[in-house]
Design a protein around this ligand. Structure first.
Ligand code: ZN
Length: 241
């Protein structure tokens, strides 16, 4: 359970692999396969798998280390499969964003600088469309929306980001949030778009901008405390520690 892992410096090969993934994802809308990595960076198969595990421990990506070829499922802010958020760059479909929270930070990636990004999603209770556009990490216009998080930070990143990202969804308003909660038999914590923007900007603002950025760290109590300072009602996470 990788909670409380102290911040650590990634090795140089891991930094190179992270940089190459960001470039590849931004350019092509999907990640590189093992041969692409080998061709670009010269690492052999076993080295690549170990480097992905190093990046996963530092919350850069989510891999399936028990599968023989260690597929990369998520490389934040991107996902390798159809998620609840489609990302368009300058009106062209680019990729699937990892989740609603990742979508908010999507346009901040350096290759998308000064290019309008449109994130298309839907209300998780009724599947009515919800979209917003953003530029350089700032929201330009948005449909009415809230971000609903139906897991506690104490259950984030227990193993990887699959359950955490899956639980971060858009809803139209408080009524739709409540309907969704009844449907899935869960309570949740609800962010406005502005609160979500501040939340993700702080943790991912440097993504790809700073090559040697160290690992991220999962400390549930610190997350709840921070989210409360944004004005988010964290009662359904048990309140502040
Ligand atoms: Zn709805």
């Amino acid at each position: 359970m990788p909670h409380y892992v102290p911040h650590f410096e990634f090795t140089e090969p891991a930094l190179a692999l992270r940089e190459f993934n960001y470039e590849h994802w931004c350019e092509h809308g999907h990640g590189p396969n093992l041969r692409d990595v080998h061709h670009k960076l010269g690492f052999d198969r076993r080295e690549i798998l170990q480097l992905y595990k190093e990046l996963a421990l530092g919350i850069v990506c989510t891999v399936d280390p028990d599968s023989m070829n260690c597929p990369v499922l998520r490389f934040q802010p991107f996902a390798s499969f159809p998620t609840q958020v489609r990302a368009y760059v300058e009106d062209e479909f680019h990729s699937y964003a990892g989740c609603s929270m990742e979508a908010v930070a999507f346009s901040n990636m350096p290759p998308f600088k000064d290019r309008e990004c449109r994130l298309e999603s839907y209300c998780m209770c009724c599947l009515e469309p919800i979209s917003f556009t953003s530029l350089n990490g700032q929201v330009v216009e948005a449909d009415p929306l809230l971000l609903h998080v139906s897991t506690s930070p104490y259950d984030w990143f227990n193993n990887d980001l699959m359950i955490q990202c899956d639980s971060m969804n858009f809803v139209i308003d408080e009524d739709h949030a409540e309907r969704f909660e009844k449907e899935v038999c869960r309570r949740g914590v609800v962010y406005t778009l502005d609160q979500a923007l501040t939340f993700v900007s702080n943790s991912v603002g440097e993504r790809m901008w700073t090559r040697n950025r160290p690992s991220e760290r999962m400390d549930p109590a610190a997350v709840i405390e921070y989210v409360a300072t944004l004005g988010v009602d964290v009662t359904n996470w048990g309140g502040t520690p």
